[in-house]
Design a protein around this ligand. Structure first.
Ligand SMILES: Nc1ncnc2c1ncn2[C@@H]1O[C@H](COP(=O)(O)OP(=O)(O)O)[C@@H](O)[C@H]1O
Ligand SMILES: O=C(O)[C@H](O)C(=O)COP(=O)(O)O
Length: 422
């Protein structure tokens, strides 16, 4: 296997989002869970997206796991590695975007790392280094209330500089619109000044083409699916990759019961759950019971059993920012997050034991806990349900999953997903 592109994603929904983007841009892509073991049979692909659950763990662990993934990818020919982060730059001043970028940059000797979370297709744009989510700056968006990585500063040059040992510059939109040569010149200037990373503006889809052309000449970049799209387009347009029709994840129906699990507390997911209540039974978990040791997973399984025989169900821990904050005040942010993720994993494991073969999971950390517990080693990419959310076919075992980024998907996402997951 000689890879054209290696990717390291800091959460599983983000990995799935990127694998979808690369596939639709013509790259044969597989998403692995962690660094693949040697006995995992992978198809011939142009790109591998290694999923890590490293966005909200201790920075040194995130660094070591990312470096192991980088070694595996470079060992299979990847001349460029994309460190895939959230399109809303989910991180804290402790990391992990900065520390991981610094380590990967040192490993490959990259002069200047291009960094952008822009993904215009999903309303993520960057202007003068400031990240916008739709029409509002990041720090005024629902991401200010994220349970684990609340974002309070929209200026990514400042945000990254607080996390990184690398000096951070800005490639502004005016430079970008002058084309690849103007970007190259500015990056050369940065390198001469010891600036080792640059946030690059992007507002329109076409901006990604310029970014991809320049990024593909480097060994490392950091960003969301937008820069991934730019890289994929550059690899195809320069002839390094022959564009392939999407399709590896399409295939025979798997059948079996369908279950939806929501751990995301994003505004989009809360709305999607509310809409799902009109079409399927929904159980709202009692998170206080989870944190005080009651077996809420068993209660959920007792509730779901008879209903699954009739059709899909949705089990959610999701709550409003006020309720999330209250639970965290009583039990601690990390303790609450971990306990609820593990309860979701308990539920998923037993639903699969009882016959579920199609799982729709909302939330990146939640997806990580569920997929790790199910010991799924990787996924092939199927049909796109919504921007950034594909149907995933497990490479081992007859299962279909959808791992929905918290903020992605339309109002009827759960119904939309079930229509495509047969
Ligand atoms: N009711 C709740 N109160 C507090 N934390 C919660 C609640 N429900 C879920 N969580 C936690 O919030 C975090 C959601 O993160 P994640 O699954 O990545 O969603 P998103 O994709 O929206 O970021 C997880 O750690 C999850 O366990
Ligand atoms: O928004 C993105 O770029 C990705 O889809 C992602 O990283 C989502 O993370 P989340 O935790 O599921 O919101």
């Amino acid at each position: 296997m000689t890879l054209a592109l290696g990717c390291i994603a800091d959460d599983y929904t983000g990995a799935s989002d990127l694998a979808n983007t690369l596939t639709r841009a013509g790259l044969r892509t597989v998403q692995t869970i962690g660094v693949p073991t040697d006995d995992l049979k992978l198809p011939e692909v142009d790109a591998v997206v290694v999923s890590l659950k490293s966005r909200s763990i201790e920075a040194s662990l995130a660094v070591s796991r990312s470096r192991a993934a980088e070694t595996w990818l470079r060992g299979r020919g990847a001349s460029h590695v994309l460190f895939k982060i959230c399109s809303t730059f989910d991180s804290t001043d402790a990391g992990n975007i900065g520390p991981v970028m610094d380590a990967l940059r040192a490993d490959c000797g990259e002069a200047v790392v291009l960094v952008t979370p822009a993904f215009p297709e999903t309303g993520r744009t960057v202007y003068q280094g400031n990240l916008f989510v739709g029409a509002v700056p990041l720090n005024e968006s629902p991401l200010k209330d994220h349970p684990l990585n609340p974002m309070h500063d929209s200026n990514l040059v400042r945000v990254l500089a607080r996390q990184s040992k690398t000096q951070v510059g800005l490639v502004d939109l005016a430079t970008l619109t002058r084309g690849a040569e103007a970007v190259r010149s500015l990056l050369a200037e940065f390198s001469g000044k010891g600036i080792g990373a640059a946030i690059i503006d992007a507002v329109f889809d076409r901006d990604l083409e310029t970014i991809g052309l320049v990024a593909a000449e480097h060994r490392l970049s950091v960003g969301a699916s937008g820069i991934g799209l730019g890289l994929a387009r550059a690899l195809v347009s320069t002839g390094k990759v022959k564009s392939a029709a999407a399709g590896s994840g399409q295939g025979a129906a798997v059948g079996g019961q369908v279950a939806c699990l929501a751990g995301s507390c994003s505004q989009a997911t809360l709305q999607q759950i509310a809409n799902a209540e009109r079409v399927m039974p929904v159980l709202h978990l009692d998170t206080e019971r989870i944190l005080t040791g009651a077996n809420e997973a068993q209660r959920a399984l007792d509730w779901a059993g008879p209903r699954l025989a009739q059709g899909p169900v949705l089990i959610a821990s999701s709550a409003t920012p006020a309720d999330v904050a209250a639970l965290q005040a009583r039990h601690g942010r990390d303790a609450a997050g971990h306990a609820i993720e593990q309860t979701m994993a308990d539920i998923a494991e037993n639903l699969v034991k009882s016959g579920a073969r199609r799982l729709i999971v909302a939330g990146g950390e939640t997806s990580g806990a569920v997929v790790d517990r199910l010991k799924i080693p990787g996924f092939l990419v199927g049909a796109e349900i919504a921007a950034g959310v594909p149907v995933l076919r497990a490479v081992a075992g007859e299962m279909l999953l959808a791992l929905k980024s918290g903020n992605f998907g339309g109002p009827e996402f759960f119904s939309d997903a079930m229509r495509l997951m047969r």
